[in-house]
Design a binder for this molecule. Structure first.
Ligand code: C2E
Ligand code: CA
Ligand code: CA
Length: 396
């Protein structure tokens, strides 16, 4: 028998209520998939009778005949219904009283049935009992629906992600990172691009992959594709990774195989880090081999300064929410100035993300920000499209 999860236990409780209040021998919740009736949760005091997970043909079941209107929902004595006596359940296991109501989900679809039955006729079984069963079936639907939604969603995600993973993972483009004083490109950030028709930002895609346990694999594939670009471009390549993936063995092996002096690893500030000691243990040998560490999205206001204090990063990346438009703002430059001061104090280089205009770029330079990244220079492009030099100022 399948181990019951919490929802199944709760449904079993409802079935027991139904069975006991109607004085019947068994009760079950079934899923009808069109061809098969799956008795997903069965409640009965009879040992070795039917167990969770039993399957039978849907078209010859009592429940299907009831759904089709060939039999009534309430059958006090199955022998009174010749149509029922023709069906297998009347012989094996000789059901003589039966009551079945549909389990309807919130979108109106019928999931299956909520039923109870006995091996003797029961003249007291009535339409009032059907009302009780309907209430209990509704309660069961409420209990199982989140799980059903999750299963359907996961099936859809697997259909999208597994072929992509088989094909090697997302495409990875490079967004230039520019020295704001000279316009020279010093590096590039690797950014994943998922199929356009998915219509979802990469961080959403990685979060979706997490729901089906594929986030690690996908992130590691992105790291490998990013590393493959190293041969084709100059400067460093900054790569994104979540702390959870970083803690996995395959990720550490993938990183260890890279020319680490040209790698900056970006850890997002908004991903929770549960165990800084474990993180440190993974990062220390990689950093000893020349890998630099960046804290991403600083200023977005997630786990504030804790990452910075705990990891002493080489690079601090200012979140675009405090960068874009700072050329025309009074408060943002103050915020950026305080973070560049902080970076100076911990010997970290500052990269401003989301530099969209020449005015932003110019203001950043005056605030002590040395590097910038954003649409003012270019979006993420193929390695071949990267340039060595970018215009920092607007043409006069
Ligand atoms: P992020 O690491 O903060 O990446 C910067 C994001 O800002 C990118 O969004 C980039 O396209 C966008 N951006 C760049 N310049 C500008 C600008 O001037 N203005 C504005 N408004 N936006 C700009 P993107 O590519 O959609 O990526 C979103 C997030 O997805 C990334 O945020 C990162 O957290 C995650 N991500 C992307 N690729 C990977 C990957 O390969 N691995 C992992 N773990 N995460 C990734
Ligand atoms: Ca990043
Ligand atoms: Ca960022």
């Amino acid at each position: 028998m399948k181990q019951r999860d919490l929802a199944a236990e709760q449904v079993a409780g409802l079935l027991r209520t139904a069975r006991r209040s109607l004085g019947l021998n068994f009760a079950f919740l079934s899923r009808m998939d069109g061809t098969t009736q799956h008795l997903e949760v069965v409640d009965t005091p009879l040992p070795k009778f039917v167990l969770d997970g039993l399957e039978r043909a849907q078209d010859t079941s009592f429940c299907q005949a009831i759904r089709d209107g060939r039999l009534p929902s309430v059958m006090p004595n199955v022998k009174d219904f010749p149509e029922a006596m023709k069906l297998p359940a009347a012989r094996m296991p000789r059901i003589r009283s039966f009551i079945s109501v549909p389990v309807v989900l919130s979108d109106g679809s019928v999931y299956g049935t909520f039923c109870a039955g006995g091996f003797t006729a029961d003249d007291k079984l009535s339409e009032r009992d059907e009302a009780l069963m309907t209430v209990l079936a509704h309660a069961a639907a409420v209990i199982i629906e989140p799980d059903i939604t999750k299963r359907r969603r996961n099936a859809e995600l697997e259909q999208r992600f597994l072929p992509l993973i088989d094909a090697g993972g997302p495409a990875v483009l490079l967004q230039p990172i520019i020295d704001l004083a000279t316009g020279r490109r010093v590096g590039a950030e690797a950014l994943s691009r998922f199929p356009r028709q998915w219509n979802a930002a990469p961080d959403t895609c990685f979060a979706d992959a997490d729901l089906i346990g594929e986030r690690d694999r996908l992130e590691i594939q992105a790291l490998r594709s990013a590393a493959a670009h190293l041969e084709r471009v100059s400067g460093y390549v900054a790569m994104n990774v979540s702390p959870a993936t970083l803690l996995t063995g395959p990720c550490q092996e993938t990183l260890a195989a890279m020319p680490l002096a040209r790698v900056v690893l970006e850890l997002s500030e908004h991903d929770p880090v549960e165990d800084y000691d474990a993180l440190h243990a993974v990062l220390a040998p990689l950093r000893a081999l020349g890998m630099r560490l960046a804290i991403d999205d600083v200023g977005a206001g997630f786990s504030s300064l804790r990452h910075i204090v705990a990891t002493s990063p080489d690079v601090i990346k200012l979140d675009r929410s405090i960068v874009t438009g700072l050329g025309d703002d009074r408060v943002l430059p103050v915020v950026v100035r305080s973070l560049t001061d902080l970076a100076g104090a911990v010997n970290a280089v500052v990269v401003a993300e989301g530099v969209e205009t020449a005015a932003d770029a110019a203001t950043l330079a005056t605030l002590g920000v040395s590097l910038g990244q954003g649409w003012h220079f270019d979006k993420a492009v193929t390695p071949e499209e990267l340039r060595e030099l970018y215009g920092v100022m607007a043409p006069v």
